[in-house]
Design a binder for this molecule. Structure first.
Ligand code: SAM
Length: 288
């Protein structure tokens, strides 16, 4: 990982520059918006490198903050579209990113904007230091929409990243693990200590890279049923999968028929099921 961003502009990913910007614009990091600004140029460059960002790329950034990661992405020559919820920040970004004509700042909520329209209905990459209070909803929204994303490189809480890559049988394997692995091949790229941010978060962070699969990991008859079964299985994870399904509203006779049909053991817990097994079970509930 290099420690430089090759810019003629002042590098924002630096504690002094960040404090100066915050003071000049009278900004306080808003905890409720998950604002922890990166102040480590090596980490910014690590994200840019992990995304393989270059002039041919269209990149969606979620939550540019004061423009720290945006600057690194812009320096790669990529076309960057950055969606920021905090109404105070577009004016700040107009100043900190002045002169980068490859950056577009879009005020708004990433969970509400029309992403395909925003990205010109073209393939794109995602890079973000995500607000931790809505990491899972953001990742799920991006994945479930089947957007033409090739790779997602995101800073997340370490504990969330470990759940994203968890395997069957582990205590932290859950609906998030299944969903992320169904759509992508995830791996942790590197750890990021709290001191890399202002203010320092109370948790450890990592950058996780999710290479989006061309086709989901398992072929299922109904994606809706697949995720209904997965959600039910982990809704009451201490129960057997049959009881968990019943608790989630599946009919007893349908559960029995599905297990008779697919040959899987209804006495196992959902947390022991692989993606393939969830696929087989879900297909057994579909009348086709
Ligand atoms: N990218 C900057 C950096 O690395 O220093 C800031 C990252 S900070 C962890 C998360 C950013 O996401 C904040 O700027 C916050 O205002 C913004 N944010 C929070 N919720 C959002 C939402 N729903 N849509 C878009 N941006 C959001």
């Amino acid at each position: 990982m290099t420690d430089t961003i090759k810019t003629t502009h002042p590098v924002i990913a630096n504690p002094q520059v960040t404090r100066h910007i915050m003071k000049a614009f009278n900004l306080r990091a808003a905890k409720k918006l998950g604002q922890n600004f990166l102040v480590d140029a090596g980490i910014v460059q690590g994200i840019v490198d992990a995304a393989g960002a270059g002039p041919e790329d269209n990149i969606l950034e979620i939550g540019p903050g004061i423009g720290t990661l945006t600057q690194g992405l812009a320096e790669s020559g990529a076309k960057v579209t950055a969606v920021e919820l905090d109404k105070k920040l577009p004016a700040v970004l107009a100043h900190t990113l002045e002169g980068y004509d490859n950056v577009t700042i879009v005020p708004g909520d990433i969970l509400k904007v029309n992403i395909p329209e925003l990205m010109g209905n073209k393939p794109f990459k995602v890079a973000a230091n995500l607000p931790y209070y809505i990491t899972t909803p953001i990742l799920m929204a991006l994945l479930e929409q089947h957007l033409p994303i090739s790779i997602l490189v995101t800073m997340v809480q370490k504990e969330v990243a470990l759940r994203m890559i968890a395997q069957p049988g582990s205590k932290i394997y859950g609906a998030l693990s299944v969903a992320v692995q169904y759509y992508t091949r995830p791996h942790i790229a590197f750890d990021v200590p709290p001191r890399s941010f202002i203010p320092a978060p109370e948790v450890d962070s990592v950058v996780i890279v999710c290479d989006v699969r061309e086709k989901p990991a398992v072929e299922v008859k109904s994606e809706k049923m697949f995720f209904r079964v997965v959600k039910a299985a982990f809704g009451q994870r201490r129960k057997t999968i049959a009881n968990a399904l019943k608790g989630a509203g599946f009919q007893q006779e349908d559960i029995k028929a599905a297990f008779d049909k697919c040959g899987l053991d209804s006495g196992r817990r959902g947390e022991t099921f692989s993606l393939e097994e969830f696929g087989i079970l879900a297909d057994a509930f579909v009348q086709k």
